[in-house]
Unconditional design. Structure first.
Length: 183
């Protein structure tokens, strides 16, 4: 009998939202503000005002929370816009002071970089010989990669280490990222 000792949930859904309006807003903020550098090499700006999409995102964060045994009382406590041009990326990182984190993609050109989740079991990297692995499964993979699409929302525990591969497109990748915390 196979038992699963641990499992890491990642939630995916589509939200029908006016991405053109969101992208125009992102570009207008980029002309007004310098942005910040955190885990990113592109432009990033922490939003002061609430976007129209916040209500939809919080609804899905609370569905996710309830499905994995948390109280559905999550509220977004921080949100930022990312504009990643050619060769921009995000280094591996986690999010502190939150329960869940996520990203909504509003502009996704081909070959703009995958969202990558790292397996948190450090011993696997050193103790399991790659030459013995016949196929990659959820039990023996070092990373889980997602090719994002426009209007997709991904949610995950804030402690899950993640990164974004370099954008190899000549167009910008635009996303909104956020953290949530239960009340």
């Amino acid at each position: 009998m196979k038992l699963n000792a641990f499992s890491v949930p990642v939630y995916k859904t589509s939200i029908q939202f006016n991405c053109n309006k969101l992208n125009e807003y992102a570009y207008s903020m980029k002309t007004k503000f310098q942005g910040r550098q955190m885990s990113n090499t592109g432009w990033q700006w922490v939003m002061k005002e609430k976007l129209d999409i916040v209500e939809d995102i919080e609804k899905h964060v609370n569905i996710f929370a309830a499905n994995i045994g948390f109280k559905p009382t999550q509220k977004i406590n921080q949100m930022w816009i990312n504009i990643n041009g050619n060769k921009d990326y995000n280094v591996p990182h986690v999010h502190l002071n939150s329960h869940f984190s996520g990203v909504f993609y509003s502009k996704v050109p081909d070959n703009c970089g995958k969202l990558v989740f790292k397996n948190g079991c450090e011993g696997m990297y050193y103790l399991w010989d790659n030459l013995q692995r016949e196929k990659t499964t959820e039990y023996n993979s070092y990373a889980y990669e997602i090719t994002p699409k426009e209007n997709e929302l991904y949610l995950f525990p804030s402690w899950l280490e993640h990164s974004v591969e370099p954008n190899l497109s000549n167009e910008d990748r635009i996303s909104v990222s956020f953290d949530s915390m239960g009340e």
